[in-house]
Design a protein around this ligand. Sequence first.
Ligand code: GDP
Ligand code: IMO
Ligand code: MG
Length: 428
Amino acid sequence: MFSESARCIVLVGAQWGDEGKGKITDVIAEQATIVARYQGGANAGHTVEVGEEQFILHLIPSGALYPSVRCLLGNGVVVDPWTLAEEVDMLEGRGIDISRRLGISWRAHLVLPYHKLLDGASETSGGVQIGTTRRGIGPAYRDKVARAGIRVCDLVDLSALRPMVVERCSWANSRLGAFGSDDRANATEIMDHLESVAPSLLTRAVDVGDEIRTALNARGRVLLEGAQGSLLDVDHGTYPFVTSSNTTAGGAAVGVGIGPTVIDEVLGVVKAYTTRVGNGPLPTELKGEEAENLRTLGGEYGATTGRPRRPGWFDGVVVRHAAAVNGLTALAVTKLDVLDSFDELKLGVAYEFDGADQGGFPARTTRLDRVVPVYETLPGWKRSTTDCRTMETLPEKARAYLRRVESVSGVPIRYVSVGSGRSQIITV
Ligand code: GDP
Ligand code: IMO
Ligand code: MG
């Protein structure tokens, strides 16, 4: 929760995404003035459950369900204008008045149809298959870094934008040809679409950094909501099997336009076990029946793509790495209830490589593919935790498991989530 000494909190996923960031953001956002996304795009799928209702948010911050929370998309987010419009309509259709509470950075880059075509084509071209969400994320960030992106502020002058779009489509179409794809982007269609969405995007365009500074100066509270997870960070994750942004806490300052000294706390969200969706190393991965069992118990299917997630045991090496690169000050452990029925649980505490201790988290994917996790086995608690609201009411064996998660990670636990509902949370 926010306190006098923590008015600006960054919330990050500390594994490979889908840790329950949406749920924890929703819980904390009750006290927030602003909730802002700082990176990623519609590749995110953040689930919030309120009563019988479930909301899956891809772009709009998970604070949206509180009528007084201002929701911002920072300059570091790549915005697909069509997905955003659909999401606004979905929320408004379900009685959530978001339209006037939503602000988008003038500097945010747009994800355009050719980015999605390129994402799909590069996945099927025979090169390294990342298993992306095909939401155009990699190609949009590539254009940004190559100084060939189109930003929200470019919509102010559509006649100056037209030749840029024509040029980008022609470049994209030559790449699509090289990938062996028959798809082609059409500049006229894209401009027609942009002309129709420009007015609503421009009415929401703001300076996100300024808004955050103003709110904090007025003693407001700001939550910066990360998407994806630390192991998907383009610098600190399992490269090249990563997303194309800095998901870690450092990315939050850059991605909304504030200085790093403004951030007071960094909350890392972890599942009580591990999952990953898409390709790439996952040292504590379960296989066969064990994987199927955990996937079924946890409902582990992607919120964006519906793909089955790859489950594994809790990996302390991963969370220690995330703690280090984010400067985590606290953990939120989610989905403890999913482990309620297990006789015993394994918890990864180290990696061995060729029979010796690997030390930290290796940079090379080929090495990660060959590390052997060292496990501790802990007894299961075999009792439902879904109604527990305090640490004292949790079974002793569940508390012992959490103590080990905490000591292996080296970060104190602040929250334990025991169900997808808003009230199913223990504050430590
Ligand atoms: P995010 O991307 O990090 O926001 O996570 P997702 O929404 O993609 O996936 C997390 C899933 O777990 C969602 O279906 C949530 O409703 C659900 N969830 C979150 N916390 C808990 C929990 O403590 N217990 C259970 N059983 N489900 C949870
Ligand atoms: P949230 O915010 C889990 C994964 C993809 C793929 C890799 C690159 O819901 O936790 P991309 O489309 O970003 O270029 O794909 O990253 N990925 C996620 N995995 N949760 C997410 O978001 C993800 N967003 C991207 O599966 O492996
Ligand atoms: Mg998700």
